[in-house]
Design a protein around this ligand. Structure first.
Ligand code: NQM
Length: 362
């Protein structure tokens, strides 16, 4: 026997995920997590018996439901499923999957569509922060086609503008979770910034890399991966994340100077596979680090002009433009961060799981 559960698949930014309404899932979190991992086909590296795409970027879930705070239209809980192990983590945000939340919420009648555009105020439950997503809704219908292009995704689509408000310290409690802009771990200088995503930044050069390698080249380097994991595990408790062995944060980001006219170049381990481009909030954290004196990022970044708010964060498949407003430089206080994403509905229907994962009578 199988059980079908209402599910929509959307590409959100440069990721792809399963989107559910909260009311359609079990309320018990461990039972819900087992069910979601099974729906994606985990535990199995290839996710052959499920809807996951055999990579962390395509093994993601969004649960969208009524708002639990007055200034939001919906709650969005993000879950990252590790394909091989089936581990389900709510310890991180995902700004790419976030791009699909507004179209999903409007099409599921959780938020009424405006006649031209709709602002959806999204409470990101993982971190307690708020994002306002603006999407085009001509005639009260979600528009998916359009002229907006984002690197890492072929073709063009309708824009989804994301404006973040209170992301500083979202996961770790502090923008600079170690209390310093520069630390030395295992003999390597690192900077840790959490502006919506905890990111450990290191100079690629310090690890014997150029920082311009392809994701496949970096993933083949076993000794680099061991070194990065040792640094990550050592930093976990120091940045308020505790034992991060089973967690998908912090991310490990190798930095180099910009090569394509941008602000800085990145290669990001998320944290074990290498991102084909760059996470949205990961990019916000890197852009923020570029503005904080004394970080490894600010030293490698192209000079940021006074009053400049747009920064291009280069990655393996292009660049991600982050608009970052600083309220003050000393101490660094971040105002709003905004980015352009796109999203597209790919499928709506039911995902089937063996009924032992959620018996029909429950
Ligand atoms: O940083 C991948 C992604 C992400 C996260 C990851 C993201 C973000 O690109 O906001 O979007 O870093 O695990 O989907």
């Amino acid at each position: 026997m199988q059980r079908g559960i209402a599910c929509t698949i959307l590409r959100g930014g440069s990721s792809r995920g399963l989107y559910f309404q909260a009311a359609d899932l079990p309320t018990d979190a461990p039972q819900r997590n087992r069910l979601l991992a099974r729906a994606l086909g985990s535990p199995d590296e290839r996710q052959i018996d499920g809807l996951g795409g055999a990579h962390p970027l395509t093994s993601k879930v969004a649960i969208v439901g009524p708002p639990s705070r007055a200034d939001a239209d919906v709650d969005y809980l993000f879950l990252q499923v590790t394909p091989a192990t089936g581990a389900v983590s709510d310890a991180q945000n995902c700004g790419n999957i976030l791009a699909g939340v507004a179209p999903f919420a409007v099409e599921s009648a959780m938020v009424p569509a405006g006649p031209e555009a709709t602002d959806v105020r999204i409470h990101m439950v993982n971190s307690g922060s708020l994002c306002v997503a603006r999407l085009e809704t001509p005639g009260g219908q979600v528009r998916y086609d359009g002229a907006a292009a984002i690197d890492g995704v072929p073709g063009t689509a309708a824009p989804v503008m994301l404006a973040f408000q209170d992301t500083a310290g979202a996961s770790c409690g502090e923008l600079l979770p170690t209390g310093s802009s520069l630390d030395v771990v295992d003999g390597i200088e690192v900077s840790v910034v959490d502006n919506g995503m905890p990111v450990v930044m290191l100079r690629a050069e310090d690890l014997g890399k150029t920082g311009y390698e392809t994701p496949a080249e970096l993933e083949q380097d076993e000794s680099l991966k061991r070194r990065l994991e040792a640094i990550r595990l050592a930093l976990g408790p120091r940045v308020n994340l505790g034992d991060v062995t089973e967690k998908t944060v912090p991310k490990m980001c190798l930095l180099a100077g910009p090569r394509a006219g941008g602000t800085i170049s990145t290669r990001t381990f998320i944290p074990h596979r290498v991102h084909q481009s760059l996470g949205v909030l990961g990019a916000v954290s890197v852009a923020t680090a570029c503005r904080i004196p004394g970080t490894v990022a600010s030293e490698l970044a192209a000079p940021v002009q006074a009053g400049q708010s747009l920064m291009q964060i280069e990655h393996p498949s292009g660049a991600l433009a982050v608009e970052l407003e600083l309220e003050s430089l000393d101490p660094v206080r971040i105002g709003r961060a905004a980015l352009l994403r796109t999203a597209r509905k790919l499928m709506a229907g039911e995902v089937f799981v063996p009924s032992e994962f959620w018996p029909s009578e429950s």
